[in-house]
Design a protein around this ligand. Structure first.
Ligand code: ADP
Ligand code: ASP
Ligand code: MG
Length: 410
């Protein structure tokens, strides 16, 4: 008998028919003699609709109340799924995040899980109950309800799998696995048989929405065997694991992309030791997530700094920088929106120089202007004009031969 955590995302529980289908998938595992903990998301686009409702009341909702509102979405699903299981004669109990013992830091909207008290779940499993847990939510030490960030139900599932020492965690979704790039945008995208934790973490952080980045972090840190698979098709998905055999000739495993990026440039800054720390500490304090940073010393010994942020943070960033004008002594701030980030990812890059050069060559041939670049051992990210985003992904996908079936190296 194994303990298995299954997670079903929004589309997979988007109607009562779909919830009945989920009940079938849960029962299949139970019938094979396994103990099952199920994590579910809110039905369909419920979370988006709740965000919209709040927007009809205020443009600046209180973050505590926002979490109170958004967590209701998952609560609907846990009760309906549990009823469906009970209706078929199976013992099942639903738990909200806080009932399931999911303790988070005290931060609304994007809290991290700190600890899971698994006592109640263990007790329920011992009594042969299927346990159905609401994803995306927890409770802080002072009793406030928190959420884990959009897409956070994946993280609930993997964190529970780690805390319960589950044999595996299956993430059921609306695609059949992790693809070389988002199959909704690129029809040549190919499903990967497996991918390493590190590559998946890069892809998730760089915009591949198929897994929440913190879910991959948990899986990597606690060695949780993870499979991403379809809730509707019966076929093997993608295994996310420690080491993946190198595919011959394939240095790039996947391409991730993200739109709504902006670039801010500050020119004529005082060339002082504290300049960088002043700017980025001020932005960090207001939770502005800065991504790529480029610094130059200009001929008159001034500094020029460019950085990329999410478009939604531009106004706040400009406000903050204005407050520091006297300290920083800059001449001018410029910003450019309507940009996107396109990144290639693959562990094979470590031992294959020239991958970045190849990427720039392909983009130049298509007249895609590269505005910023950032690299790590296993990725190259470029910021490009948003209208060119999908074209850039398509040509890179073809140039790095990602649609081809790989030959496994022996
Ligand atoms: P869920 O509601 O099940 O959590 P999500 O919408 O969060 O589902 O994630 C699944 C979606 O992720 C897919 O529909 C697909 O459009 C998108 N996606 C982005 N990148 C990839 C990728 N590399 N492989 C598969 N899906 C991807
Ligand atoms: N319902 C939440 C969202 O839409 C969490 C999730 O689906 O993972 O972001
Ligand atoms: Mg998701």
């Amino acid at each position: 008998m194994a303990l298995i955590v299954q997670k079903f995302g929004g589309t997979s529980v988007g109607s009562t028919d779909r919830i009945q289908n989920v009940a079938n998938r849960v029962i299949q595992e139970v019938e094979q003699g396994n103990q099952v903990v199920v994590v579910v998301s809110a039905m369909g686009k419920t979370t988006d609709e709740l965000v919209k409702l709040a927007g009809e009341i205020t443009s600046n909702p209180n973050s505590r109340e926002m979490d109170m509102l958004l967590t209701t979405g998952e609560q609907i699903t846990i009760s309906l799924l549990t009823m469906s299981l009970q209706e078929r004669g199976y013992k099942a109990t639903s738990y909200t995040g806080w009932q399931a013992g999911i303790q988070t830091e005290h931060r609304h909207g994007n809290a991290r899980i700190q600890h899971i008290d698994t006592q109640k779940i263990h007790q329920q499993l011992k009594e042969q109950n299927i346990v159905v847990v609401a994803g995306f939510q927890g409770v802080s030490e002072d009793g406030s309800i928190t959420t884990l960030g959009r897409g956070g139900s994946d993280t609930t599932a993997v964190a529970l799998a780690a805390a319960l020492n589950a044999a595996k965690c299956d993430i059921y979704t609306d695609v059949t696995g992790v693809f070389t790039t988002d199959p909704r945008y690129v029809k040549e995208a190919r499903k990967l048989h497996s991918i390493s934790y590190d590559e998946m973490l890069e892809l998730a952080n760089l915009g591949a929405g198929v897994l929440h980045p913190r879910a991959v972090e948990f899986a990597k840190n606690y060695h949780v065997p993870l499979e991403v698979r379809s809730s509707l098709e019966i076929e093997n998905g993608t295994i996310v694991e420690e080491e993946v055999s190198m595919e011959q000739n394939l240095v790039v495993r996947g391409i991730a992309f993200e739109d709504n990026i902006s670039r801010v440039t500050i020119e004529g800054l005082n060339n002082e030791l504290q300049t960088l720390s002043t700017i980025f500490t001020a932005l960090a304090k207001e939770h502005v997530n800065v991504d790529i940073i480029i610094q130059n010393v200009t001929s008159n010994n001034h500094l020029s700094i460019s950085f990329s942020i999410k478009a939604q943070d531009v106004d706040m960033t400009l406000d903050i920088l204005k407050q520091y004008k006297d300290t920083l002594g800059y001449e001018r701030i410029e910003h450019e929106s309507n940009l996107a980030k396109v990144s290639i990812v693959g562990s094979g890059m470590i031992s294959n120089p020239g991958v970045a050069a190849g990427m720039f060559e392909v983009l130049a041939a298509e007249e895609v202007e590269v505005k910023m670049v950032s690299t790590s051992e296993i990725k190259v990210s470029t910021v490009v004009p948003q209208p060119d985003m999908v074209k850039a992904v398509e040509v890179l996908h073809a140039a790095f031969e990602l649609e081809a079936q790989p030959v496994q190296q022996v």
